[in-house]
Design a binder for this molecule. Sequence first.
Ligand SMILES: [Zn+2]
Length: 292
Amino acid sequence: MQTRRAHLLKLAAFAAAPLAGRLAAQTADELFRRNIGSPDQFNKAFPPHRVIGNIYYVGSESLSSFLFVTPQGNILLNSCFEATVPVIRTSVEKLGFKFSDIKILLGSHAHADHMQGDALVKELTRAQVMAMEQDVPALMKITPENKPHPLDKTLHDGEEVKLGGTTLVAHLTAGHTRGCTTWTTKAQEGGKTYDVVIIGSVGVNPGYKLVNNSETPDIAGEYMRSFKLLRSLPCDVPLGSHPSMYNMAAKYAKLGQSPNPFIDPDGYTRELDVQEHAFLQKLEEQKKAAGV
Ligand SMILES: [Zn+2]
């Protein structure tokens, strides 16, 4: 286990390394734009595909939605915007599954681009909607066309969601939202078991206050605990609430090759390095500006 100081030194070395030797360091604003993409990508279907084991991608070009297929019905992670729901539905059906077989609906975090469509998915499938307790207040404010946000079960950090032999574990990775959730599960392929991590988000959006935040005084501490937790998770297959968090398009282009291109443990560490570097840079900037 490396010390905090060693870790900070590593990040400093990462920042100082010549450009050719590493990925170009991106700022938090650049990562936000990378993640969200352009508005025309929100509801534009990306070809649905099997990621690994029983996990399928059914989201758009810039908003991830995953389907976990089990013999007892399916789990959907992220309804995205309400306008994305028909795109997700078509993708589910293109893969040969029934939208009405979705029994459980989960989310990455209480922002409209991931969970605004919950009411519509619930209406179409009668799925049980589950969400992390710390995200419930923000979620209740997401009410497209004044539809109340559905919630059938409140989840707590570390809680397992099980259906038909598949187990998803909800990890609280707060900061981006109070109840931002990183999901982990295991996928079987070719006689092997792989650890899958679906990052909720550790991005610092434009306008976020990391210093002197009266609503969430310890927001910087929440982010730091989340980075620490994420680094402690075993990960073979990194996924995320936005496809650019795991280079989906480039991996999709290699689909069918062996080994499965979505197996990318180094990509997981790299993404955390890039995100943590951007977070620390933003924190320093805001501390300097606030004179603390
Ligand atoms: Zn978000």
